[in-house]
Design a protein around this ligand. Structure first.
Ligand SMILES: O=c1ccn([C@@H]2O[C@H](COP(=O)(O)OP(=O)(O)O[C@H]3O[C@H](CO)[C@H](O)[C@H](O)[C@H]3O)[C@@H](O)[C@H]2O)c(=O)[nH]1
Length: 228
Protein backbone atom coordinates (compact mmCIF):
# COMPACT_ATOMS: atom_id res chain seq x y z
CA UNK A 1 0.00 0.00 0.00
CA UNK A 2 2.85 2.39 0.85
CA UNK A 3 4.48 1.73 -2.53
CA UNK A 4 1.34 2.98 -4.23
CA UNK A 5 0.84 5.74 -1.67
CA UNK A 6 -2.47 4.23 -0.62
CA UNK A 7 -3.15 5.16 2.99
CA UNK A 8 -6.90 4.67 3.17
CA UNK A 9 -8.21 1.53 4.83
CA UNK A 10 -11.59 0.15 5.92
CA UNK A 11 -11.51 -2.78 8.31
CA UNK A 12 -14.38 -5.23 8.83
CA UNK A 13 -14.46 -5.68 12.59
CA UNK A 14 -17.18 -7.13 14.79
CA UNK A 15 -19.36 -6.56 17.81
CA UNK A 16 -17.50 -9.64 19.07
CA UNK A 17 -14.67 -7.29 20.25
CA UNK A 18 -16.85 -5.88 23.04
CA UNK A 19 -17.16 -7.16 26.54
CA UNK A 20 -20.78 -7.73 25.69
CA UNK A 21 -23.47 -6.31 27.92
CA UNK A 22 -27.20 -6.13 27.95
CA UNK A 23 -27.59 -2.43 27.06
CA UNK A 24 -27.21 -0.86 23.58
CA UNK A 25 -23.46 -0.82 22.98
CA UNK A 26 -21.56 2.37 22.14
CA UNK A 27 -18.11 2.49 20.58
CA UNK A 28 -16.45 3.62 23.83
CA UNK A 29 -17.75 0.64 25.78
CA UNK A 30 -15.23 -1.85 27.13
CA UNK A 31 -13.61 -4.26 24.74
CA UNK A 32 -12.58 -7.72 25.87
CA UNK A 33 -13.76 -10.44 23.54
CA UNK A 34 -15.04 -13.75 24.83
CA UNK A 35 -13.80 -15.85 21.91
CA UNK A 36 -10.80 -16.22 19.51
CA UNK A 37 -12.75 -14.67 16.61
CA UNK A 38 -13.29 -11.48 18.60
CA UNK A 39 -9.68 -11.50 19.79
CA UNK A 40 -8.29 -11.64 16.22
CA UNK A 41 -10.55 -8.72 15.25
CA UNK A 42 -9.39 -6.71 18.25
CA UNK A 43 -5.70 -7.45 17.53
CA UNK A 44 -6.09 -6.12 13.99
CA UNK A 45 -7.92 -3.03 15.30
CA UNK A 46 -4.94 -2.41 17.60
CA UNK A 47 -2.42 -2.85 14.76
CA UNK A 48 -4.35 -0.31 12.68
CA UNK A 49 -4.50 2.16 15.58
CA UNK A 50 -0.72 1.82 16.07
CA UNK A 51 -0.21 2.36 12.34
CA UNK A 52 -2.18 5.57 12.57
CA UNK A 53 -0.25 6.77 15.64
CA UNK A 54 3.02 6.13 13.75
CA UNK A 55 1.86 8.04 10.66
CA UNK A 56 -1.12 10.38 11.06
CA UNK A 57 -1.67 10.65 7.31
CA UNK A 58 -3.50 7.32 7.35
CA UNK A 59 -7.28 7.36 7.02
CA UNK A 60 -8.58 4.29 8.78
CA UNK A 61 -12.16 3.27 9.40
CA UNK A 62 -12.97 0.39 11.73
CA UNK A 63 -16.51 -0.91 11.27
CA UNK A 64 -17.93 -3.15 13.97
CA UNK A 65 -20.68 -5.31 12.51
CA UNK A 66 -23.51 -6.61 14.64
CA UNK A 67 -25.42 -9.66 13.25
CA UNK A 68 -25.37 -9.57 9.44
CA UNK A 69 -28.30 -11.32 7.73
CA UNK A 70 -29.89 -11.46 4.29
CA UNK A 71 -28.51 -11.65 0.77
CA UNK A 72 -28.32 -9.44 -2.29
CA UNK A 73 -31.86 -8.81 -3.55
CA UNK A 74 -30.95 -10.39 -6.94
CA UNK A 75 -30.50 -13.76 -5.25
CA UNK A 76 -27.06 -14.02 -6.88
CA UNK A 77 -24.91 -13.20 -3.84
CA UNK A 78 -25.35 -14.76 -0.43
CA UNK A 79 -23.88 -16.71 2.45
CA UNK A 80 -22.54 -20.08 1.26
CA UNK A 81 -21.20 -21.49 4.54
CA UNK A 82 -21.01 -25.28 4.35
CA UNK A 83 -21.83 -25.94 7.98
CA UNK A 84 -23.49 -22.81 9.34
CA UNK A 85 -24.17 -22.18 13.01
CA UNK A 86 -25.72 -18.70 12.72
CA UNK A 87 -29.46 -18.43 13.21
CA UNK A 88 -30.83 -17.53 9.76
CA UNK A 89 -28.71 -20.05 7.78
CA UNK A 90 -29.74 -22.77 10.26
CA UNK A 91 -33.39 -21.77 9.74
CA UNK A 92 -32.80 -22.26 5.98
CA UNK A 93 -31.27 -25.69 6.49
CA UNK A 94 -34.26 -26.67 8.59
CA UNK A 95 -36.70 -25.26 6.05
CA UNK A 96 -34.91 -27.24 3.33
CA UNK A 97 -35.24 -30.39 5.52
CA UNK A 98 -31.46 -30.76 5.79
CA UNK A 99 -31.93 -30.56 9.57
CA UNK A 100 -34.84 -32.04 11.44
CA UNK A 101 -35.46 -29.18 13.84
CA UNK A 102 -34.18 -25.72 14.64
CA UNK A 103 -32.59 -25.74 18.10
CA UNK A 104 -33.56 -22.66 20.11
CA UNK A 105 -30.85 -22.03 22.65
CA UNK A 106 -32.62 -20.82 25.78
CA UNK A 107 -36.20 -19.68 26.38
CA UNK A 108 -35.57 -18.24 29.82
CA UNK A 109 -33.54 -15.13 28.92
CA UNK A 110 -34.63 -11.82 30.38
CA UNK A 111 -36.19 -10.77 27.05
CA UNK A 112 -39.81 -10.16 26.01
CA UNK A 113 -40.38 -13.78 24.85
CA UNK A 114 -37.52 -15.49 26.68
CA UNK A 115 -35.44 -16.21 23.55
CA UNK A 116 -32.19 -14.44 22.60
CA UNK A 117 -32.41 -10.96 21.07
CA UNK A 118 -29.91 -9.68 18.47
CA UNK A 119 -29.38 -6.61 16.32
CA UNK A 120 -29.73 -8.23 12.88
CA UNK A 121 -28.49 -5.96 10.11
CA UNK A 122 -29.27 -6.49 6.43
CA UNK A 123 -26.13 -7.23 4.42
CA UNK A 124 -27.01 -4.51 1.87
CA UNK A 125 -27.26 -1.92 4.67
CA UNK A 126 -23.88 -3.14 5.86
CA UNK A 127 -22.46 -2.74 2.33
CA UNK A 128 -23.86 0.81 2.17
CA UNK A 129 -22.16 1.53 5.50
CA UNK A 130 -18.84 0.83 3.77
CA UNK A 131 -19.67 3.17 0.91
CA UNK A 132 -20.61 5.97 3.37
CA UNK A 133 -17.41 5.33 5.29
CA UNK A 134 -15.27 5.42 2.11
CA UNK A 135 -16.97 8.65 1.00
CA UNK A 136 -16.30 10.18 4.38
CA UNK A 137 -12.65 9.10 4.46
CA UNK A 138 -11.96 10.82 1.13
CA UNK A 139 -13.93 13.95 2.06
CA UNK A 140 -12.49 17.23 3.35
CA UNK A 141 -13.47 16.24 6.90
CA UNK A 142 -10.73 13.59 6.96
CA UNK A 143 -8.06 15.50 5.00
CA UNK A 144 -5.50 15.43 7.79
CA UNK A 145 -5.83 11.69 8.48
CA UNK A 146 -8.12 9.86 10.87
CA UNK A 147 -8.61 6.57 12.66
CA UNK A 148 -12.14 6.03 13.87
CA UNK A 149 -14.51 3.27 14.89
CA UNK A 150 -18.23 2.87 14.21
CA UNK A 151 -20.91 0.36 15.12
CA UNK A 152 -22.93 -0.89 12.16
CA UNK A 153 -26.22 -2.08 13.56
CA UNK A 154 -29.86 -1.02 13.48
CA UNK A 155 -30.35 -0.18 17.15
CA UNK A 156 -33.31 -2.59 17.20
CA UNK A 157 -33.52 -6.07 18.66
CA UNK A 158 -35.29 -9.09 17.20
CA UNK A 159 -35.75 -12.31 19.15
CA UNK A 160 -35.06 -15.81 17.84
CA UNK A 161 -38.79 -16.62 17.91
CA UNK A 162 -39.64 -13.41 16.06
CA UNK A 163 -37.08 -14.33 13.38
CA UNK A 164 -38.67 -17.78 13.01
CA UNK A 165 -42.16 -16.24 12.71
CA UNK A 166 -41.08 -13.69 10.11
CA UNK A 167 -39.27 -16.37 8.10
CA UNK A 168 -42.36 -18.62 8.16
CA UNK A 169 -44.52 -15.70 7.03
CA UNK A 170 -42.34 -14.76 4.03
CA UNK A 171 -41.45 -18.30 2.92
CA UNK A 172 -44.68 -20.11 3.72
CA UNK A 173 -42.54 -22.90 5.22
CA UNK A 174 -43.16 -24.12 8.78
CA UNK A 175 -40.01 -24.48 10.90
CA UNK A 176 -40.08 -27.27 13.49
CA UNK A 177 -38.37 -25.97 16.62
CA UNK A 178 -36.80 -27.67 19.61
CA UNK A 179 -36.11 -25.79 22.83
CA UNK A 180 -32.59 -26.47 24.10
CA UNK A 181 -30.52 -25.21 27.04
CA UNK A 182 -28.66 -21.91 26.63
CA UNK A 183 -25.59 -22.09 24.35
CA UNK A 184 -22.29 -21.54 26.16
CA UNK A 185 -21.03 -17.96 25.80
CA UNK A 186 -24.40 -16.55 24.60
CA UNK A 187 -26.00 -13.42 26.02
CA UNK A 188 -29.69 -12.65 26.26
CA UNK A 189 -29.56 -9.46 24.25
CA UNK A 190 -26.89 -7.77 22.05
CA UNK A 191 -27.92 -4.46 20.47
CA UNK A 192 -25.92 -1.64 18.89
CA UNK A 193 -26.23 2.04 19.48
CA UNK A 194 -25.58 3.15 15.86
CA UNK A 195 -25.91 6.92 16.47
CA UNK A 196 -22.24 7.72 15.83
CA UNK A 197 -22.31 6.21 12.32
CA UNK A 198 -25.48 8.15 11.65
CA UNK A 199 -23.94 11.41 12.79
CA UNK A 200 -20.45 11.09 11.33
CA UNK A 201 -20.95 8.90 8.25
CA UNK A 202 -24.50 9.92 7.40
CA UNK A 203 -25.40 6.23 7.41
CA UNK A 204 -28.48 4.52 8.74
CA UNK A 205 -29.88 1.00 8.22
CA UNK A 206 -32.99 1.19 6.00
CA UNK A 207 -34.07 -2.42 5.56
CA UNK A 208 -35.91 -4.66 8.01
CA UNK A 209 -35.89 -8.32 9.01
CA UNK A 210 -38.60 -9.14 6.48
CA UNK A 211 -36.37 -7.81 3.66
CA UNK A 212 -33.50 -9.92 5.01
CA UNK A 213 -35.62 -13.08 5.19
CA UNK A 214 -37.02 -12.58 1.66
CA UNK A 215 -33.59 -12.01 0.06
CA UNK A 216 -31.82 -14.77 1.99
CA UNK A 217 -34.55 -17.31 1.15
CA UNK A 218 -34.39 -16.27 -2.51
CA UNK A 219 -30.62 -16.85 -2.50
CA UNK A 220 -31.10 -20.16 -0.77
CA UNK A 221 -33.78 -21.50 -3.10
CA UNK A 222 -31.92 -20.30 -6.24
CA UNK A 223 -28.66 -21.95 -5.17
CA UNK A 224 -29.62 -24.86 -2.97
CA UNK A 225 -27.89 -27.57 -5.00
CA UNK A 226 -24.57 -25.75 -4.93
CA UNK A 227 -24.72 -24.81 -1.26
CA UNK A 228 -24.49 -28.10 0.67
O1 LIG B 1 -29.28 -22.73 15.73
C1 LIG B 1 -29.34 -21.66 16.37
C2 LIG B 1 -28.43 -20.59 16.15
C3 LIG B 1 -28.55 -19.47 16.92
N1 LIG B 1 -29.52 -19.37 17.87
C4 LIG B 1 -29.65 -18.14 18.66
O2 LIG B 1 -29.76 -17.05 17.77
C5 LIG B 1 -29.12 -15.90 18.31
C6 LIG B 1 -28.06 -15.40 17.32
O3 LIG B 1 -27.05 -16.39 17.22
P1 LIG B 1 -25.98 -16.39 16.02
O4 LIG B 1 -25.15 -17.62 16.16
O5 LIG B 1 -26.68 -16.19 14.72
O6 LIG B 1 -25.11 -15.09 16.26
P2 LIG B 1 -24.30 -14.64 17.56
O7 LIG B 1 -25.03 -13.47 18.15
O8 LIG B 1 -23.98 -15.75 18.46
O9 LIG B 1 -22.87 -14.21 16.95
C7 LIG B 1 -22.73 -13.33 15.84
O10 LIG B 1 -22.59 -12.00 16.27
C8 LIG B 1 -21.50 -11.73 17.10
C9 LIG B 1 -21.52 -10.25 17.44
O11 LIG B 1 -22.66 -9.91 18.18
C10 LIG B 1 -20.20 -12.12 16.41
O12 LIG B 1 -19.92 -11.25 15.34
C11 LIG B 1 -20.29 -13.56 15.91
O13 LIG B 1 -19.15 -13.88 15.15
C12 LIG B 1 -21.51 -13.75 15.07
O14 LIG B 1 -21.64 -15.11 14.66
C13 LIG B 1 -28.55 -16.34 19.67
O15 LIG B 1 -29.47 -16.00 20.66
C14 LIG B 1 -28.45 -17.85 19.53
O16 LIG B 1 -28.52 -18.54 20.76
C15 LIG B 1 -30.41 -20.40 18.09
O17 LIG B 1 -31.28 -20.31 18.96
N2 LIG B 1 -30.29 -21.51 17.33
Amino acid sequence: MCEYNCKTFIFSSSAAVYTLKEKPIVEDDNVGPGNPYGRTKLMIEQILKDLYYSDKQWKISILRYFNPVGSHSSGLLGDASKNPTNLLPVIHLTAAKKRETLPIFGNDWDTHDGTGVRDFIHIEDLAEGHVCSAEHLISKDCEGGVCYTHNLGTGKGTSVLEMVNIFEEVSGVKIPIKHMPRREGDLGSVIANPQLAHKQLNWKAKRDIKDACVSAWKWHTMNIDGLY
